[in-house]
Design a protein around this ligand. Sequence first.
Ligand code: ZN
Length: 316
Amino acid sequence: MSDKSDSPKSSSSGKPSGEPSEHRVHRYMSKDLSCRISVVNSGSVVESVRQIQHTNPIATVALGRTITGALLMASQLKENQEVALDFNMNGPLGRIYAHATFDGKVRGYASDPQLDWQPQQGLILSPYVDGGLLTVSSFKPQSALPYRGTVEVRSGEIAEDLAYYFQQSHQIPTLLSLGVHLTEYGMVDGAGGIIIQLMPGSDPKVIDQLEENLQDAPIVSEAFSQGASELDVAQAFTKGMEIIAIDHDHPIHYSCPCTKKRLLRSMKLLGLEEIKRSIEENESIESQCQMCGKAYHIEVQDLEMIMRDLQNENLH
Ligand SMILES: [Zn+2]
C-alpha cells in the first residue's frame, strides 16, 4: 500500500471537500466476548480539516486526535446516535470540539488554529493545557436532551482524558490510543486510533494482557502512514486474543450540516450592542462557518431579526 505518500506535492493537491473517504471505522469483538474494539484510519479526514481550518501542527494534532476519538466513540453507539467531545481547556490550546455520528460523519474545530508554537517545542499537547473540563454529550433520536457527562481534563493529551472519562462516568475500563503523524511541512501523512473496552463482568486479567501488549504495540498513526491495515493494528493491541470483525460499513466523512439559520442563531452570542452597531452602520457581515469554512452573507435585515430575537429574550 503506498496511498499515503509523504511527498508534499501529493498531499497538497487533496481538496478539502466532504467527500466520503475510502476508510471506515473497523469494529471487532474478542471471541471470548471480554472486550470490544474499534480502529480507524482517519488520515484523510484529519488532512481535510487541516486544510479547511489552516491549523498549525500543534492544533492539527489536538483537533485530529479529538476527531479520531469522536469517530471511534460514535462507532460504538447505535444507528442514528451521535457523540460530541468538548474540551474546554485553560491554556493556549483553548477549546477543541468534535462531533461524530454512528454512520461516520464527523466535524470539529479548534478555537485557536494558529496558537503560538515553535517546531523545536515538539508535538506534546500537555504544555499547552492548564486543566479545564471535558464534556461528552451523546445524542439519541428518541430523547430531546443529550446525555452529558463532564470530567476534569487531566493531561490534555486527549486519549488519556477520554479513557479517564469512561472510567469516571461509566466505570468502563478503556484503553485508547490516538495519533496524528505529520510531514515536515505540517501536512497529515497518517492519523488514526484504537479504542478497546472491557465488557461488563469480564475477567480483569484481560486488562493485564492488554497492558502488556501496549509495551510493543505500534504508534497507530505511524503504522497507518507505513501502510498497516486496521486489522494489523487491532491484532497488535490484542495479541493473545482471537478477534472477530463486526459489520460496520460506513465510510468516514468530514461533514458539516451548517445552514444560514444555524449561523444566525450562533451570532446572537455577539450580543445586542454589537448587532445594533452593525445595523446602525448599515453594515452587512461576511461570516464563515468555523467548522467547514463555508461563507455566509449576513444582510442588515438578518441582523434586525437577530436584534428582535435578542430583545424578546431579554424581556423574558
Ligand atoms: Zn459548516
